[in-house]
Design a protein around this ligand. Structure first.
Ligand SMILES: Cc1ncc(COP(=O)(O)O)c(C=O)c1O
Length: 409
């Protein structure tokens, strides 16, 4: 990206240069990363070039495969994994289901999770195991909107085969104490699987430090790519204990440079590590689309991004709290990542808030070109590296204006 050649001196100037590469920021306040991140100009250009080739009819398939391997390596680098530990998926659900479907379940094995705050896509895979194999799904209640890690630890026993959490929840958007769970699961040889779609790309992720065995993401949120592609990290030592439930040509190792259409004699070795979860042709355009984001994020450095974006989310949470809004978690603290939610919690209300005040504020914000969503009845503002303090202050001004308009409430 343009800003890499000569890096501006201050952090704010650096991120202002980054912002210019995201046309979606020019005419609005975009706070909807938890739903989907903004793609950059570079992503648009990469996709255009890909489509030109396709339309022209001179597709270089080897170049596509090369892109797949480059992108695999870059994603691995982003989360501090090895490329052999990364498989391609189409979304979070597919990644989670690849693990759920491939472990050797027995009746009365159990899975530990927190149903209250997980996305449904990290609940149904386990309910499916309950129905298919009699696996017990053990759930703890949330603790004031957070995943109660201590309670989860209390449910683990010698039949626990897997523990799963969101690293950051989609609402209220709190961080989970992943490291503590990871440590215990590693000690007890329990598969520790995380849904990291609400953190990767914004929150720095080190899979070894967190001691996760599996991590699933899609590319349209913090990775600022397209719908329809995701990555599954599976720690090599675990992946090589697993026989995938689904198999196709790219899951098997017929040796290097063997054409994709080659069928061996039926004897095969599985690919190393998580590559055994790859199936057939890849979502080439989505891989090509996400590459500029990975380049940018690796270039800036995940801790620098996290620090910058969380500085903004803290400013927003503090400002909303000061204005008297019901901010989830209260004043900013360690629970906060890049997503701030405010309003009355309502478990299954996702389109409108269902609360007249929140609905009116939502309308005021969206009428004034703030892009956000309602999740679990709350207004959800979710920031990324393309946001700035002016975005945050604009939201706060609009809240103030709306409060003034309704008589200083
Ligand atoms: C925490 C979380 N998990 C999963 C999903 C979606 O899963 P999938 O990528 O399979 O559609 C979302 C939101 O889209 C989410 O916020």
């Amino acid at each position: 990206m343009a800003q890499t050649a000569t890096k501006p001196a201050s952090k704010a100037a650096l991120f202002e240069a980054v912002r210019k590469e995201f046309p979606g920021t020019y005419d609005k306040v975009y706070t909807n990363t938890a739903a989907r991140g903004l793609p950059s100009r570079q992503t648009r250009a990469a996709l255009d070039a890909y489509l030109d080739q396709l339309v022209d009819g001179r597709v270089d398939k080897q170049a596509n495969f090369n892109a797949i391997e480059r992108v695999r390596s870059k994603f691995a680098q982003l989360i501090k994994a090895h490329p052999d530990e990364i498989a391609y998926t189409k979304n979070v659900s597919e990644g989670l289901n690849m693990i759920a479907g491939s472990l050797p379940w027995k009746a009365a094995d159990n899975v530990v999770l927190c149903r209250d705050v997980e996305h449904p896509n990290n609940i149904y895979p386990w309910l499916n195991l309950q129905r298919r194999f009699g696996v017990e799904v053990r759930s703890v209640p949330d603790r004031d909107g957070a995943i109660d890690v201590d309670a989860m630890l209390g449910l683990i026993d010698d039949r626990t085969r897997l523990v799963t959490v969101a690293t950051v929840t989609f609402a209220p958007g709190f961080r989970t104490d992943v490291e503590t769970l990871g440590r215990v699961c590693r000690e007890k040889d329990i598969f520790f699987l995380v849904d990291a779609v609400q953190s990767v790309g914004v929150v720095a992720t080190d899979v070894e430090k967190l001691k996760v065995d599996g991590l699933a993401v899609s590319t349209q949120k913090g990775l600022c790519g397209l719908y329809g592609m995701g990555f599954l990290y599976c720690r090599r030592a675990w992946a090589e204990r697993i026989t995938p439930a689904a198999l196709a040509r790219f899951s098997v190792d017929l040796g290097p440079d063997v054409h994709e259409a080659t069928m061996g004699d039926g004897h095969y070795d599985l690919m190393a590590g998580a590559r055994r979860f790859d199936l057939g042709n890849y979502n080439y355009p989505a891989a090509i689309a996400v590459e500029p984001s990975l380049d940018l994020q690796l270039d800036l450095g995940p801790p620098v991004i996290e620090d910058y974006v969380c500085g903004l989310s803290h400013r927003l949470a503090a400002g909303l709290h000061q204005l008297g809004l019901r901010v989830s978690g209260g004043p900013p603290g360690p629970h906060l990542a890049h997503t701030v939610t405010a309003g009355k919690y309502a478990r299954n209300t996702h389109e409108s808030a269902g609360d007249p005040d929140s609905d009116a504020l939502y309308k005021h914000l969206t009428d004034n070109d703030v892009i956000l969503t309602v999740r679990r009845g709350m207004l959800r503002f979710s920031l990324h590296l393309y946001n700035n303090e002016a975005d945050v202050d604009r939201v706060l001004d609009l809240v103030r204006e709306w409060q003034g308009g309704k008589g200083g409430a």
